[in-house]
Structure formats: structure tokens, C-alpha cells
Design a binder for this molecule. Sequence first.
Ligand code: GLN
Length: 498
Amino acid sequence: MLPKRSKKIWKIGLVKKRINNLNELLPFSQLQALLQRGDITCQDIVEQCLHNITQGAHLNAFLRVYAEEAKQNATSIDQKCRESSPLPLTGLIVGLKDLLCYQDHPVQAASKILEGFISQFSATAVQRLVAKDAIVIGHQNCDQFGMGSSNENSAFGPVRNALDATRVAGGSSGGSAVAVQAHMCHVSLGTDTGGSVRQPAAFCGLVGLKPTYGRISRHGLIAYASSFDTIGILAQDVQACATVLETIAGPDAFDGTVSQRPVPTYTKLLSLHGKVKVAYLPTTLTHAALQPSIRKKTQAALDKLRQDGHQVEAVDFSLLAYALPAYYVLVNAEASSNLARFDGVRYGYRNAEGTAVADMYRKTRTQGFGQEVQRRILTGTFVLSADYYDAWYIKAQKVRRLIKEQLEVILADYDFIVLPTTPTTAFKIGEYTQDPLSMYLADLYTVIASLAGVPAISIPNGTDSQGLPIGLQAIAPAFGEAKLLAFSNYFAALVKDA
Ligand code: GLN
């Protein structure tokens, strides 16, 4: 039995500082002891998140906030805590990218085409969090169907970076990143097909983890490119990522591609033991698109590893130039197939003005999908068409295989590959909207791990001269999450305040 809590301690002393009227959330790792002692309740934490969501409404991070429901859940979880010990995720406030199904709640992929659609079941990852008493606070803005690198392709307007509201949050999980950045929730579940968790994490100064393909069930995740799609985690620290990963990963009868491997208790494995062998890829550091301050910070981070006794070596990676083209051919092909199901008949929005069925399909899809989604469906259909299939789709598959093999060779010899997460820091809203190819360049360094299906993480690595966050990426062998998280935990502390 816990003592009855008397005052809202977060309001008087436990809050570290206030930024822009936002109450900074205590790290989840510190909450459990306070909850146990009754110094804080889930109701307090939910109130604090809701306060921050209201204060940061102009950032456009959330599409739907489940305020009343979150408060009710908090009340019943608090009641449970008075009778028995908290569960592992008691007190954890979670936001969901608008691509993840949550039973009896709308989900829209931030697109008009799913207007009015209500999920009949929860994604496995969501259900596993809720079963451990995490509280879902709302659905977050993103690029439609996860297609974008700046969160400007949403039917609900762009997400703004909390550090500078004239700049993008990154994408496609931009709302998920800003929600954590602005202390509206502890963690967000995003999705990472080609960088959509790591890139916004880098732009917002967060930790963003893309696990191995197949580590987390995709059941209940609206498909973009099924052979790439992974659920990813955005958090303020590595520990919170580990807590969520060990809860949601693992076998699931609803997803035939999920791995049967047992899930390590990542939170118990967060200390790095001994020295590691790290590869860096000079082609990533000499690329013309790389902002000089990011190059300098990445090199400084590698130097720190060396000074700390780790082995750091340059390794040839000649295929970098082919990664982005191969990625965009393949994901568009898969998207054109996956999105064929949105025809106005089965889901969401329908334009019923036409008289013939074909007319209804055409009008529904023209009005329902955003411009970038349509561009991708068209190019994807083109690369899969009989006359061009070999020249584009099959060729891109071959390039994917070569990249995967080259990465596997490197990762057989080295524990990790370290490289920048993005070529630039957060750019201005509108800067690249008329220039899709420049926008695609934002994914230059993230698509590599996605093509190979291996885990990768972005951790904060200081800021540029304008004070904008820089991300540092580490890639590990398939299913190497435990060591990757331990290394990131150590590395994030090593480069902090550099
Ligand atoms: N920006 C990349 C794209 O548009 C990555 C998206 C993602 O990972 N969902 O495809």
C-alpha cells in the first residue's frame, strides 16, 4: 500500500527547468521510484504533458489528443498502484505516429484518403505498451504515409521544430519527434522506412532508434514499403528507447516477417564492456552535400573514441552514390502496390460525384492522396511496368543486395559503423518543397541501414553555429541492438557538451 500523495511535487520542485512555458518532463528512468513512494502520480504526469501540448499547439505535433481518456487511464492506473506495485511502464506517456493503429481510435496516415477511418484493432507494439500500463496521449502528425523528410507532406500542415518554429522538424515522424522534444510525452512510436525516426531525431536533438527489420511486429502499421518498414522509437535518452524496445519487440503471430529470436532485456545490458572496433566511411565525410559543421563534429566524435582507446578505422564504401537511387526506386515500387487498396471502396474517404466506378476511383485517389504520394505511386507504377521492370526495379534490387553484402562484410569485422545521420541540420520550412530531389538528399546517410535491414540509431552530437542539433549515427549488425544501445549510451555521454 502506498502513502497518499499530498501535493503536486512536479510543480514545486521536481521539474528541472522551464523552457518556453514548457515543463520539462523528468526522465522516465527517474519516475518509477517517485511513483512507488507516491511523490508523483500518473495523473500529474498526464496533466503536465497536456499542459505542454497546449503550450506547444503552434508546433502542430499532434493530430488528435486523447486528453480525457488519458486522464481516466491515469486515474485507474494510480488506483492500481495504491493496491500493488507499478508495472514496468507505469507513468510512461506515449505518442503514436499517425500510421499506427490504436483500437477504436481514428488513424489517417496524415492523409485525407483515410478520413473517417477507425482502427478495429491495435498494432501489436501499441497493445504491448498499453498492457504494461503505458498511457497513449494521442496520434501525431507525419508526412502522408511516411513519405517525406520534413513533415511538410501532411494533409494537416507542417510540424514546426520547437527550437526554431521557422524550421522543419524532419520527417516523416516529425510530430513524433517534436512531441518528445517539447516534453509532450516521454517517448513516441514512429516508423522508419528510410530514416524517418533517425532524421527527425537528429533535427530535434533526440535519440532515435531504428531496430533490425523484423525485430518488431509490423501488425497494425499502415504499410508504405513493406520490405523496409520498421517501427522505431524516439526518446530523450537511450535508456527510454531500451525500455520500450524490450517491451514491444519479439515474435507475433500476426506478422509472418517478424523474427522468432528471443528478446534480450536491453535495459539490463546498457553498460559497454571493453573496447570496440569502429569503422567510418570516408565517402560519407567527403560528400559535397555534407554541412562542414557536421563533418567537423563527426570527426571530433571519432577522435574522442580513439582517445578513449577504441579502434577507429577508415573503411571503403564505394556504393554510397547508389544507395539513394536504389532506395527511391524500391520504396516507390512497393508503395504503388501497397497503396492500391485505398480506392474509396474499403477505407475512409470516397468521392461519390462520378457515375462510373473507375471515375470514383480516380476522383477519390486524386483528391485523397497528397502530391508527393501521387508522385511516388506514379513512379512506382512506372518502375514496375512490363517494359521497365528489368531496367529499374530488378536493377535496384541487385544494388540493394550489393549494398547489403558490402555492409555485412564491414560489420563482420567491426562492431559498429559511425557516420552522420543527416547531411544538414534542420532547414527552413518551404526551403525544398519545390525541389523533391534536394529533399531526397536528406536521407543520404539513413537509407544505407534501411536497404540492409540492420539496426541504426541517431544520438545527439552537439549543435552547429546556429544552435541547431546535429545527429550522429551508429549502425550495428542485424539483431545487434543490445550492444548498439550500450554503445550509444556510452557514446552519447562521451560526445555530450563537446
Ligand atoms: N524520407 C524517406 C522517404 O520519404 C524516409 C521515409 C521513412 O522512413 N518513412 O521515403
